[in-house]
Ligand binder design. Sequence first.
Ligand code: KIV
Length: 272
Amino acid sequence: MSKAKKSYARITTASLQEMKANGEKIAMLTAYDYTLASLVDQAGVDVILVGDSASNVIAGHETTLPITLDQMIYHASSVVRAAKRALIVVDLPFGTYQSDSKEALRSAIRIMKESGAHAVKVEGGEQVKTSIERIVQAGIPVMGHLGLTPQSIYKFGTYTVRAREQKEAKQLIEDAILLEKLGCFGMVLEKIPAELAQQVAQKVRIPVIGIGAGGHVDGQVLVLHDMLGMTKEFSPRFLRRYLDLDTKIRTAIGQYTQDVKNQDFPNEQEKY
Ligand code: KIV
């Protein structure tokens, strides 16, 4: 069983490497705004991901594709102001790093400079190799992301488990090794068979963070709004809901509405 082996005042990419070496599991969650990022940070999460899932969770889009670099920087800046301990990783949004490596570097620099975040995340392996190379060479820490990469949803056509077939699994292992070779400090593996994820985590020295990739990896990530039970339309097997915030929030707001209508709010003590 993994437990905290050392206390860290501030998590760095080196701390994550150390956690993997010590067998301490890494806890990562998404956050997109100041208030929730403060709570996530205070609760002791190691890595806050300003995910492009903000496109779904915050903006209500069907996919992660529409979110822009400016919008990601806005979310990341709010999270940076909140977090005192966690390492903050920001997704490079779709269309800002795939076409050429110079554009990729410009996008990564904008995120680092304008938000104050600590690292960026990109989806893909071999196909984004030159982009990763250039960003890493500029001194910006990069996290990879393989498996069910949501920016490629129209290529996959489905949100089902990836790399069940041998050919895709072999490619994923090659891509994971490549990410390490390119200098990525870690990677996310999303929705792939647990056995394959375990194999990858054993093959590479950098931390492997899973989402729907089983327990034999170096850490776990979930989308905050999903694990708090604020989103109900999405129920994959890997999603553990730690709260039923959806019901709690609707009950509280319903009560407030009733109190206003019944003139129970404000009362004598609540006025000046
Ligand atoms: O954008 C996101 O939230 C992510 C996680 C699902 C890993 O990339």
